[in-house]
Design a protein around this ligand. Structure first.
Ligand code: XIL
Length: 459
């Protein structure tokens, strides 16, 4: 919401400035609405972004186009795991920080990409498994999201975790083998580290209603019903020579679950349809009120990871292509996001009723229940805290762990102790609960926690 207000202010300045200047110049923050991607998107309450290789920020021809046309950036590689934690526990933020500074100096928001992905992991993580990897990956999420806290509009918390083909299931990876709940553990850790960032799941081959997008849809619906903190779904949209006819319908069905949707890595194979496909994707986003922005995966054709596909909006000399014109026209023709309060449509409950309503009836004080995901030598505990009829201003949940068990990581709560009797206190944003309200926290440990029962105390 803050983001939108900033953009709106920028547009107001832009229009006034441009009128005063006789509409002769298009400067970074004074581009005229209707004549650049950034101004046209901002007028409609949205962003228009590009993936940036930070090395190119010293190429003036590149920066000219970037600053004129885009009001959002994402690091093409510099915020990935191999770049940000090349050795375990040694974090390197040089490239990402450079991009954030550029964005801040030029009125751009920043998408964070990507906290966890099966590709571009540092070698040390590739060689890990089980609870060691689970701890390392949660620590990575926590450290990186904390470093960039307050500076990221949306984080791709998890990238490409679903399999291609007809299964609709998860992709096998070292991350997946730490337990099926690795994705929700990552989202919880990201929320705790940067409560202001929108947290996205991001994937490709999800450009219509198909087995893969439906698998993701079911995960998002489950997350929403259980209170796992997810805010958005990214559709990479690396496209070929045609566009699924239900592209927009697919975006809309996710939006109807109560999450924002974003086009996150758009590029389109060259050929007769390129310009039309770019226009159609932009129209689809504009027609979905929760589609909050579009990012293209590079600026000029020669910047693209897709080699000779000429997949972007500008040719190698920075000239606008036909695809650019179609995108700009679609932005200008599209409806805006309603800005009157409530800015976001009311938080629609998921269309299907939550699969498991809280089992504990409200009581005075609080109650807690735990569900365990265990593997040989480790476990993750997801704990649900339910306030009694008086509500809570804080809560504390205790467990007595069997001998040999030890807590190694906690999210959305603060642990005291790690073995024997361990207590978990609320963190600042989840202590205050209304009567019957539910919140969740989790912890991870080594050894076995089977049979543990929580006791909850409210204050
Ligand atoms: C690509 C980058 O563009 C390349 O420079 C790099 O060599 C490989 O990764 N899906 C994603 C992006 O989520 O991170 C990928 O980016 C493209 C596919």
């Amino acid at each position: 919401m803050k983001h939108r207000r900033v953009l709106r202010a920028a547009v107001t300045v832009a229009v006034t400035g441009a009128l005063a200047a006789g509409m002769t110049m298009a400067l970074t923050t004074s581009a005229n609405a209707g004549t650049t991607l950034r101004a046209s998107a901002a007028e409609k309450g949205r962003y228009f972004g590009a993936a940036v290789a930070t090395g190119k920020l010293s190429t003036s021809a590149y920066v000219t186009v970037l600053n004129r046309e885009f009001n959002s950036v994402v690091a093409e590689n510099e915020m990935k795991w191999d770049a940000t934690e090349p050795q375990q526990g040694q974090f390197r933020y040089t490239g990402g920080d450079r991009l954030v500074s550029h964005a801040q100096a030029n009125g751009m928001s920043v998408r964070g990409h990507a906290l966890l992905w099966y590709q571009q992991q540092p070698g040390w993580a590739q060689n890990m498994s089980g609870s060691t990897l689970r701890s390392a990956m949660i620590n990575h999420v926590t450290q990186v999201a904390t470093h960039y806290r307050g500076k990221i509009h949306s984080w791709d918390v998890v990238n490409e975790a679903f399999a291609d083909g007809g299964s609709g299931g998860r992709r096998d990876s070292n991350l997946q083998r730490t337990g099926n709940d690795w994705i929700e553990a990552a989202f919880r850790a990201a929320r705790a580290a940067d409560p202001g960032a929108k947290l996205c799941y991001n994937d490709y081959n999800t450009d219509g209603i198909n087995a893969k997008s439906t698998g993701i849809y079911n995960m998002v619906r489950d997350f929403k019903s259980r209170g796992v903190p997810i805010d958005c779904v990214g559709f990479q949209s690396h496209l070929g020579t045609s566009l699924a006819s239900d592209y927009q319908a697919n975006l809309q069905r996710f939006a109807d679950l109560g999450v924002d949707v974003q086009i996150t890595e758009l590029d389109v194979m060259t050929g007769g349809n390129q310009a039309n496909i770019y226009g159609a994707v932009t129209r689809a986003c504009m027609n979905v009120s929760r589609c909050t922005g579009i990012t293209v995966w590079g600026v000029r054709d020669c910047d693209s990871w897709r080699g000779s596909d000429n997949a972007l909006l500008f040719d190698c000399n920075g000239n606008k292509k036909a695809a650019y014109t179609n995108v700009l026209n679609a932005l200008n023709a599209g409806p805006g996001i309603p800005t009157d309060p409530p800015t976001d449509p009311p938080t629609d409950p998921p269309t299907d009723p939550p699969t498991d309503p809280p089992t504990d009836p409200p009581t005075v004080g609080c109650s807690a229940s735990v569900s365990l995901n265990s593997w040989t030598g480790g476990f993750v505990a997801s704990v649900k805290v339910t306030a009694g009829s008086a509500g809570t201003s804080g809560w504390n949940v205790g467990f007595t762990l069997p001998s040999g068990a030890s807590v190694t990581n906690t999210w959305s709560a603060t642990a005291s102790g790690s073995t024997g009797t361990v207590r978990f206190a609320n963190v600042n944003y989840n202590g205050r609960l209304g009567a019957g309200q539910v919140t969740e926290f989790g912890f991870q440990g080594t050894g076995s926690a089977s049979g543990v029962t929580p006791t909850c105390t409210a204050s």
